[in-house]
Design a protein around this ligand. Structure first.
Ligand code: ITT
Length: 190
């Protein structure tokens, strides 16, 4: 059965595909011209909106990821606005470091909501994963995407950018969301 990956973010595609490769789905990418609207106030609402829109537009099953970074000293911002916070990854990082300044409380968490929609657009599965960490004062590492260079995970003593992809895949917000949803995807009647 076809499963359309409802994202336009190449960084997400690279991380989502490995989780799904062991399952019996025929993965397809969302057509680039198919635009998705996100008007929700929560990650789960936005993930569900994107999965539903792409399922209806393609007539196929669809899976969407809505994710972002919540910084405690900024009352959870940028949160669901993480992508819209600035125009490029570099600008997003610079803006966040500027807003945080020399704050001593640098705690943050990444959040990832995953939604799976049936071809008629109804939501079949919805789950969320979290990864706690700290915002550094300067970027470190080359890998990953988005805010990865400034997101430090104390247990690993590395930023998301510094860790091998397999390690990020295991411990990240996205990894935890997929660990929860994969058994449910295997049990789906398609
Ligand atoms: P789609 O809606 O097309 O999937 P998007 O980038 O607009 O792509 P979101 O609205 O979910 O997706 O925004 C998520 C943003 O949060 C993303 O652009 C990154 O800046 C950030 N983000 C999410 N997961 C991340 C990760 O694992 N590492 C670094 N940054 C991440």
């Amino acid at each position: 059965t076809v499963l359309v990956v409802a994202t336009g973010n190449p960084g997400k595609v690279k991380e989502i595909e490995p989780y799904l490769s062991g399952l019996n789905w025929e993965l397809r990418l969302k057509p680039p011209e198919l635009e998705m609207e996100e008007t929700g106030t929560t990650f789960q609402e936005n993930a569900a909106q994107k999965a539903t829109q792409v399922a209806i537009a393609t007539g196929q099953w669809a899976i969407a990821d809505d994710s972002g970074l919540e910084v405690m000293a900024l009352d959870g911002r940028p949160g669901v606005y993480s992508a819209r916070y600035a125009e490029s990854d570099q600008a997003r990082i610079a803006k966040l470091l500027g807003e945080l300044g020399d704050a001593t409380d640098r705690r943050a968490q990444f959040v990832c909501a995953i939604a799976v929609a049936k071809p008629d657009g109804t939501i079949a599965l919805l789950t969320e994963g979290f990864c706690p960490g700290e915002i550094l004062t300067a970027p470190r590492g080359e890998g990953g995407f988005g805010y990865d260079p400034i997101f430090y995970v104390p247990e690993q003593r590395m930023t998301f950018s510094e860790m091998p992809l397999e390690v990020k895949q295991e411990i990240s917000h996205r990894g935890r969301a997929f660990q929860a949803i994969l058994p449910q995807m295997k049990a789906l009647k398609v």
